[in-house]
Design a binder for this molecule. Structure first.
Ligand SMILES: Nc1ncnc2c1ncn2[C@@H]1O[C@H](COP(=O)(O)OP(=O)(O)OP(=O)(O)O)[C@@H](O)[C@H]1O
Ligand SMILES: [Mg+2]
Length: 312
């Protein structure tokens, strides 16, 4: 194994286009157009976009399950379909289907066998992982009797069986209740702490917000934006300013929302800035207690980013 495999980016897309042809007489559907994207070692990258945006297509290409019509996909420094690359990657599919007479424990042990783990290691690993995903109590129950969220957890344990360096998860939070989502987040963060790289797809922005380092936003097969989450958040528009002040008279340019004794809550319009607010307070003989910008939600920004592409 070359040095590059260990040190380079786990996943690289260069100019990748994928078209699906459903019938030979129909025009092919372009699911992905000219995708350039790099998943960096050790990061959690969220692949976001509405239904049909191309997230699952991207993941299938990454794993060499389907092939691009143009461009190149490199996984662990190798062609995506290379089994040596695939062996170092854990995968949770979008709608996992498992032979449902297997128990959770058998599912994970069987996956360990496919990865060539010796029997004793498989048993130990299955027990550890089922504990980790909160399924220890149901380890010997048939998957057919699992709830949707339990199947999702079993799939996660299976994805981790061979101690992967890179984990690819397609809609991993679907079917999880709020506690499950939180546990899932903690699990993914603990993977990152151990140096594991994570790519996950979701159409739910809140999922990405709670764990991503970066997000890539897809729309109709095109990459609209790739950005650090913090940078994206700072791009949220300011809708106005909430200011707490103490003492003084009427403040120019502000609406007084409430007053309690000397303390007043004021609202300034978005076009002001902190300096302008301080000057207005000073002019009124009022002292600032707190100046807080009120921003649009990340959800609003997300919809705006998706809409911008439409206008272009
Ligand atoms: N096997 C296929 N044959 C034909 N078209 C397909 C096939 N798979 C996907 N597509 C089309 O490719 C586009 C992208 O689909 P994809 O499954 O990648 O979207 P997605 O972002 O994962 O959506 P979702 O949020 O619903 O999972 C869609 O227009 C879809 O209809
Ligand atoms: Mg999908």
């Amino acid at each position: 194994m070359g040095r590059d495999d260990r040190t380079g980016s786990p996943l690289v897309f260069r100019g990748v286009t994928k078209r699906y042809r459903t019938h030979f007489w129909q025009r092919p559907v372009t699911s992905l157009s000219g995708l350039d994207l790099e998943v960096r070692r050790g990061e959690i990258l969220g692949l976001l976009g509405p239904n049909g945006a191309g997230k699952t297509t991207t993941i299938k290409l990454a794993l060499g399950l389907i092939f691009p019509d143009a461009g190149e996909v490199r996984l662990m420094g190798r062609p995506a379909a290379d089994p040596a690359a695939r062996a170092r990657v854990g995968f949770l599919p979008e709608n996992p289907w498992f032979p449902d007479d297997l128990t959770g424990r058998e599912l994970v042990e069987f996956a360990g066998r496919l990865h060539g783990l010796p029997a004793a290691d498989r048993r130990r690993r299955a027990a550890e992982l089922l504990e980790l995903v909160g399924l220890a109590h149901a380890a010997d129950r048939a998957i057919r009797k699992y709830s949707k969220g339990m199947v999702q957890r079993a799939g996660m344990a299976r994805a981790l069986v061979a101690d992967p360096e890179f984990v690819i998860l397609d809609e991993p939070m679907s079917g999880l209740d709020p506690i499950g989502r939180r546990e899932f987040r903690d699990l993914v963060l603990s993977l990152r702490d151990r140096g594991v790289t994570v790519l996950f797809a979701s159409h739910v922005l809140a999922d990405a917000e709670m764990l991503c380092d970066r997000v890539a936003i897809l729309r109709e097969g095109r990459l609209v934006d790739v950005q650090e989450l913090g940078v994206l958040e700072s791009r949220r528009r300011i809708l106005g300013w909430e200011v707490e002040a103490r003492g003084g008279g009427p403040v120019a340019g502000a609406e007084e929302v409430s007053r309690r004794g000397e303390e007043r809550l004021l609202r300034f319009p978005p076009e002001t800035d902190a300096e302008g607010i301080l000057a207005a307070l000073r002019g009124a003989g009022a002292r600032p207690v707190a100046i807080v910008p009120r921003r649009e939600t990340l959800e609003d920004l997300f919809l705006r980013v998706l809409g911008r592409e439409e206008a272009a």
